[in-house]
Each structure stands twice: as structure tokens, then as C-alpha cells.
Design a protein. Structure first.
Length: 73
């Protein structure tokens, strides 16, 4: 499923209004609970971040561990 920022905005607006029903891409989705809606928002945010990182819009997180030791390690 392709998602975009409009989908994310629609979900966040529903959360703010206290609604559990959202219309996205001509589809009506009814979430069972607020935590389920929050989980959907988080999932879309993560997908958008991954897509942005793949397209080079966001620098990937640095993954380095540096050790500095002196006597006795």
C-alpha cells in the first residue's frame, strides 16, 4: 500500500477529533480503538521515513561505536 503525507494528516486529524473512522484514497477505515489508530500513524510515519531515506532526502543514522581506553582495559 502506497502511503503519503495526506494519509498521515488524515489519521492525525481523526485522532485529534477523537474519531475512529478515516477516509483514505476513497476507502473508509474504522479502527477498533485509539491505540490501534496510533499504531497506524506510527507505521505510516516509519514507512515515509524509510522512503525518504532510500531517496536520499534524509541522511541515514550514523552507526558507529567508539571506544577510548587507557591503562587496564
Amino acid at each position: 500500500m502506497d502511503v503519503d503525507t495526506e494519509d498521515l494528516i488524515a489519521l492525525k486529524e481523526a485522532l485529534i477529533k477523537g474519531e475512529r473512522e478515516v477516509s483514505i484514497n476513497d476507502k473508509r477505515i474504522v479502527y477498533r480503538s485509539v491505540p490501534e489508530l496510533r499504531e497506524a500513524i506510527h507505521e505510516i510515519e516509519m514507512r515515509l521515513l524509510r522512503v525518504s531515506a532510500k531517496k536520499g532526502r534524509i541522511a541515514p543514522a550514523a552507526r558507529q561505536i567508539r571506544l577510548n581506553t587507557s591503562k587496564g582495559f
